[in-house]
Design a protein around this ligand. Structure first.
Ligand code: FES
Ligand SMILES: [Fe+2]
Length: 423
């Protein structure tokens, strides 16, 4: 199905507001631009809605949003994945308010219309009131177009845009690399830390490929790790890079040795994982131990998939725009499905350490994002600079690349944003 998109206000001249090396602050603050980008970005491209492991069985479901639209991601009896608008076809109530679960059907709480997990309308209480004027086949929950790559499920309102495969393009090989952090087991998306910050969604989108902030904003995190980890995370002037992968996607490689988690497994095990390795040796071969331990530490890169999902070291960062100055973030922990308990436990502790509400990382990021929004409201003619790393930027097979602290990823995202907003 396609959502009708209202024409933008005359004041929204996106060619003027987005330059190749800067964007205007109204992109963070103008509610008219926010409304417009719901239609032209979120209802016009592929949007991430979940990972296959979140809905493992027939009848499994989760609820989420595509832009402002509530949806249910459900696996039907034949294991097919559907993304359904969470809106009863009678008088519009949401038919499911659970975050996730398993169901044989979705029953609307208002008058009891019930829908199968593929969205078809199954039952209507007291049908005699309709005599022959209600054809059930005409009133299923409305479905979006759905496609999947590497277990990542995406949906779109558009029937006429490119296949997901083409849209992801050069990002696909990075998704494959990222999924190696299963350490020989399937990657399982677990529960999430959820929080909101008072700022525009694009501030967070920028942050996923922002190495420049790391040593400063994450000082408290860096003071909480051992010397070996500290050396590993000292990457701002290292040999890493940021690459524009096309269609708004980008990757920031912070630790080049950890791009392919299965390469060079003979390298010494870092001291912080030695205890875990020792525990694993009781039940696993040395090769398995090394593969699992390597995977637990996560990938050495952050992959930003435009517009709403990041594969960041060892977790998914899901971005949900609420209003022009309010954004919800879900930091989803990734574990090894069926993998060793001690390895998954280490993963959870690492996730809490950086991403948790009392963590040493995310709360500091969130403070910085909040300040960006606050500062952006001060004055009309300010620009957000995105020119860092331009002098060293080179053309590559997949797009453009510069050093690790370059703003190449942000430039990539805003060029795609402009393309969609002016289409
Ligand atoms: S609104 Fe759902 S049954 Fe009436
Ligand atoms: Fe950060």
């Amino acid at each position: 199905m396609t959502i009708e998109i209202k024409p933008a206000k005359a004041s929204c001249n996106y060619q003027e507001l987005v330059k190749h090396d800067r964007v205007h602050t109204s992109l963070y603050t103008d509610p008219a631009i926010f409304d417009d980008e719901m239609g032209k970005v979120f209802y016009s491209t592929w949007v991430w809605v979940g990972h296959a492991s979140e809905i493992p069985e027939a009848g499994s479901f989760k609820t989420t949003y595509v832009g402002k639209q509530p949806v249910i991601v459900a696996r039907d009896r034949k294991m097919k994945v559907h993304v359904l608008l969470n809106r009863c076809r009678h008088r519009g109530a949401t038919v499911c308010e659970h975050k996730k679960g398993k169901a044989a059907s979705f029953v609307c709480p208002y008058h009891g219309w019930s829908y199968a997990t593929d969205g078809s309308l199954r039952g209507v209480p007291h049908p005699e009131g309709y005599a022959d004027i209600l054809e059930k086949g005409d009133h299923p929950l409305v479905g979006l177009r759905v496609e999947e790559y590497a277990g990542m499920i995406f949906a779109t309102f558009k029937d006429d845009i490119e296949p997901l495969d083409t849209y992801l393009g050069a990002a696909k090989k990075w998704m494959d690399l990222f999924m190696k952090q299963g350490g020989g087991y399937p990657v399982k998306a677990g529960n999430a830390h959820r929080f909101r910050f008072p700022g525009n969604w694009k501030i967070q989108l920028e942050n996923t490929t922002d190495a420049y902030h790391f040593p400063l904003v994450h000082k408290s995190f860096l003071s909480s790790v051992d010397q070996q980890t500290l050396d590993m995370l000292d990457f701002v002037e290292g040999s890493g890079y940021v690459e524009d992968l096309g269609n708004g996607h980008s990757v920031m490689v912070m630790i080049p040795e950890l791009v392919d988690l299965e390469a060079n497994l003979d390298a010494p095990i870092p001291a912080r994982f030695e205890e875990l390795a020792q525990q694993l040796r009781e039940k696993h071969s040395e090769e398995e131990v090394r593969r699992i331990v390597r995977a637990v530490g996560g990938s050495g890169f952050n992959l930003n998939i435009f517009p709403n999902i990041a594969c960041s070291m060892a977790f998914f960062r899901v971005l949900q725009p609420i209003t022009v100055d309010q954004t919800e973030i879900h930091h989803v922990v990734l574990t090894m499905d069926g993998g060793p308990e001690e390895a998954n436990r280490t993963r959870l502790r690492m996730h809490e350490h950086f991403q948790g509400p009392m963590g040493f990382g995310t709360p500091d990021d969130s403070e910085a994002w909040e300040r960006v929004q606050k500062g952006a409201g001060a004055g009309k003619d300010l620009w957000i600079l995105l020119n860092r790393g331009l002098p060293k930027e080179i053309e590559t097979e997949d797009g453009r690349r510069s050093d690790v602290s370059a703003e190449t990823g942000m430039r990539a995202a805003y060029q795609q944003w402009k393309k969609l907003m002016t289409a």
